[in-house]
Write a protein that binds this ligand. Structure first.
Ligand code: NAD
Ligand code: MG
Length: 391
């Protein structure tokens, strides 16, 4: 029986993880769970799964939840220290890191330091803290399983135990991208899209922020950096391939001309279950792939002119140090502003680029440096947004 700490239980990854736990009660037990503010959703989770400890983002949310779940034998907690504490709870074997954004970094590190198996959905933590994050994983001898579907696919397509150091016979990593809802739109048309249009992903059902990132290709940019840290490569070792059907989740191209791909229906329960049971596999209730029904798979190159975020991410990697944390922070602020209809869709990349240009990059010597870079970049991004009329 594996004890699970589910960080971000009320989100899209959280719900898919709960579905796997529900399907395999003999294998998994939800021991701890967290959510930011969704009290009703968390109350349902508490009634159904009876975790021992639950952490909410504020005292108010904790109190509301405790009142709704009166009588249940659950410890209701709140705040950042409690989040770190559940990730390190002695009853926990695996931590699913599924909080959205930079807020996921600290509790994920707490899980690493407590030597839990880390199921990493929260790509922003690896993007921002990169080397520091991987050093902690190595130092604590932790099993880190990528949950992001592309990285899970690459992990499955690489020789086993390739995390951190890619085998010499690998030629390229082929990182696939759906292209998002605006793949074939003109720049002019993309200028006026609404948050609702940008959130409508053609293949995946996901949280708001990652849906916007997918539409702007920032998600692929973050994933490029994520792959570099996970597999010990550089952007030059990775080709981004747009594959609109999202059936191939990524590939590895070898020196002899072989290409190994991982395929499946676009459903996050597949990489989640793989992470939870690796090196074994279990049933997920995801329907088998109907290749004849699909008929055709298509591939194209990404258009960096219409989707400059992808290039910005590669620039940030080569710039190194805190540039990646700055880019991520700028993007979180810009996406929030777009969702609040303060800026247009294309302005997200403009703001990201301006923040990268304005801020000097520093070596990531400590976690404090990462938090400082995040804070600075948020301030600069907010100033840029406030200083202009965007729409
Ligand atoms: P979501 O918005 O659906 O859920 C986010 C979860 O995090 C919620 O439970 C929310 O309560 C919690 N949360 C939000 N802000 C928080 C904060 N400041 N402090 C603490 N908790 C907070 O997001 P999602 O789509 O499930 O994505 C979660 C993470 O997984 C993201 O990093 C995303 O990039 C990554 N990811 C998601 C998918 C997907 O299919 N949804 C795929 C790959 C990777
Ligand atoms: Mg992905």
């Amino acid at each position: 029986m594996q004890g699970i700490c589910l960080l971000g239980a009320t989100g899209s990854i959280g719900q898919s993880t709960l579905d796997i736990i529900k399907q395999h009660p003999e294998k998994f037990q939800l021991v701890c769970a967290s959510a930011h503010s969704s009290v009703d959703k968390m109350a349902d989770i508490c009634r159904r799964f009876r975790p021992a400890r639950v952490v909410m983002g504020s005292e108010k949310a904790r109190d509301e939840l405790a009142a709704k779940c009166h009588g249940l034998p659950i410890s209701f907690e709140w705040g950042s220290d409690a989040l770190d504490s559940i990730a390190a709870d002695p009853q926990v074997d695996q931590v699913m890191a599924a909080i959205m954004g930079f807020a996921g970094l600290k509790p994920t590190l707490a899980g690493i330091r407590a030597k839990k198996r880390i199921l990493l959905a929260n790509k922003e933590s690896l993007v921002t803290a990169g080397k520091l994050f991987m050093d902690e994983v190595a130092q604590h001898d932790v099993m880190l399983l990528p949950i992001d579907s592309e990285h899970n696919a690459i992990f499955q397509s690489l020789p086993q135990s390739a995390l951190g150091a890619t085998k010499k016979d690998v030629k390229k990593i082929l990182l696939t991208a759906s292209g998002g809802p605006f793949r074939s739109w003109t720049l002019d048309d993309m200028r006026h899209v609404s948050p609702e249009q940008a959130c409508k992903h053609p293949n995946w059902s996901m949280g708001q922020k990652i849906s916007i990132d997918s539409a702007s290709l920032m998600n692929k940019g973050l994933e490029l950096i994520e792959a570099c840290w996970l597999f010990g490569v550089t952007p030059a070792d990775i080709d981004v391939v747009v594959h609109p059907e999202s059936i191939i989740h990524s590939m590895v191209s070898y020196l002899d001309g072989s290409v190994i791909a991982q395929m499946g229906n676009p459903d996050m329960r597949i990489p989640i279950a793989y992470g939870m049971t690796w090196p074994d596999r279990i049933e997920t209730s995801v329907p088998s792939l109907d290749l004849v029904g699909i008929g055709q798979l298509n591939f194209e190159s990404p258009d960096l002119e219409r989707f400059p975020n992808l290039k910005l991410a590669s620039d940030a990697w080569y710039c190194g140090g805190t540039a990646m944390a700055a880019l991520n922070a700028a993007n979180e602020v810009a996406v929030a502003a777009f969702l609040q209809r303060k800026i247009g869709f294309l302005d997200i990349a403009t703001i990201n680029g301006e923040v990268l240009n304005q801020l000097e990059s520093h070596p990531v010597a400590s976690l404090e440096v990462v938090f400082e870079a995040d804070e600075n970049a948020r301030r600069v991004a907010k100033n840029i947004i406030e200083a202009r009329v965007w729409i």
